[in-house]
Design a protein around this ligand. Structure first.
Ligand code: TYD
Length: 144
């Protein structure tokens, strides 16, 4: 599975650092929503869902966590502990967030507003969904 990690350019001087996220510059979509999770209790696992259409960019601005990404074929771990890095998450990727430090602030930029009907919240449903998509693709190729 391809992991899309963007290195964000920081404006730095003797006072410290600043990163700006801008549509058309370093964000590959129109930003319609920004949300952030924080205050996560020790041992809690967040995420545990996939999106049918939504695209997201994740920046851990403080603390650290481990994203487990699964496309239905392969599972990979990505540790996010650097506010100058952004993880691009395409649709149809199951994500779990583990090892969330208590100081972790995880900011997410999204290309759509919140829509519960875009969520797949069961791993079994996710596998059925991505396998169905594969079947449709194969049928398209056969019918071409
Ligand atoms: P949830 O999807 O469970 O968060 P996580 O993926 O971090 O485990 O969301 C927690 C709650 O917040 C849930 O009731 C849905 C709500 N929510 C919104 O209202 N708007 C949003 O943009 C998001 C992401 C969640």
């Amino acid at each position: 599975m391809l992991i899309n990690m963007l290195q964000l350019q920081a404006h730095g001087d003797e006072r410290g650092l600043l990163i700006s996220l801008e549509k058309g510059r370093n964000i590959p979509f129109e930003i319609k929503r920004v949300y952030y999770s924080f205050g996560t209790k020790g041992g809690v696992v967040r995420g545990l869902h996939a999106h049918k259409k939504l695209k997201q960019l994740v920046v851990v601005v403080k603390g650290s966590c481990r994203f487990v990404l699964d496309d239905g074929k392969e599972r990979v771990d990505v540790i996010l502990d650097n506010p100058a890095q952004a993880l691009y998450l395409n649709s149809n990727v199951w994500r779990e967030i583990h090892d969330i430090t208590e100081d972790c602030v995880c900011m997410v930029l999204a290309d759509e507003v919140y829509d519960e009907s875009d969520y797949i919240r069961s791993y079994d449903d996710f596998l059925l969904y991505v396998n169905d998509m594969e079947t449709v693709k194969v049928e398209e190729i056969v019918n071409d």
